[in-house]
Design a protein around this ligand. Structure first.
Ligand code: 5GP
Length: 206
């Protein structure tokens, strides 16, 4: 188990197409102290995606060897491909008390929460089923079959939204960002995240 710390490990989950990427990019602009965890995946690059920027793209054998070496803190199989979070940057963020965002599946967030209890879990929901399908279709990055598979996966994921601490309906992006901002500020105000400083102040009154 990783050590407790006052950094924020923010897991953002939600069905494919809900807008996690857009929300995360806006958040990174507003909170430059956050870094983004770059995942490993065995899926092929899509569109303009770059290795080491959007993902670390690798072959199945390499991914499995990283799992065996415990270099992946959590992983999931999505649309027959591996996706996982390298442990190094997470460890470093916690050690350096820095904030980090993870864009991961629901199962991935639940694994992280088990290992890092102070991690913050946010689930993004679409306003309705048809809107999700529309967003997936309009982004033109997947084939019809892939969209169908992603919609199927969404149906499985949505049932578990209640396992998350925070659930946000991503209807208007600005509203979602404002809510996330409020969540981050509230999390930063938690006693456990500021224990050291608060105790220094309290000690002056003893
Ligand atoms: P995409 O193929 O659209 O980039 O990602 C498919 C799904 O994999 C998304 O729901 C995304 O959040 C998830 N994902 C990306 N990286 C990781 C990871 O490191 N771990 C897990 N569990 N899921 C990931």
């Amino acid at each position: 188990m990783l050590k407790k710390s006052d950094s924020i490990v923010l897991c953002i989950s939600g069905p494919s197409g809900v807008g996690k990427g857009t929300v995360i990019n806006s958040l990174l602009e507003k909170f430059p102290e956050f870094s983004l965890s770059i995942s490993m995946t065995t899926r092929k690059p899509r569109g303009q995606e770059k290795d080491g920027v959007d993902y670390y793209f690798c072959e199945k054998e390499e991914f499995e060897s990283l799992i065996a070496k415990k270099e992946i803190i959590e992983y999931d199989i999505y649309s027959n491909e591996y996706y996982g979070t390298p442990i190094g940057p997470i460890r470093e963020s916690i050690k350096e008390k820095k904030d980090i965002i993870l864009d991961i599946t629901l199962a991935g967030s639940l694994q992280i929460k088990k290992l890092i209890p102070q991690a913050v879990m946010v689930f993004l929901l679409p306003p309705n089923l048809y809107e999700l399908e529309k967003r997936l279709t309009e982004r033109q990055t997947e084939s019809k079959e892939a969209i169908k598979a992603r919609m199927q996966h969404a149906k499985l994921e949505m049932v578990h939204a209640s396992k998350f601490e925070y659930t946000l309906i991503n209807n208007k992006i600005n509203d979602t960002i404002n809510c996330l901002e409020a969540i981050i500020v509230a999390e930063k105000c938690k006693y456990l995240r500021q224990e050291e400083f608060i105790n220094e102040i309290i000690a002056q009154f003893q």
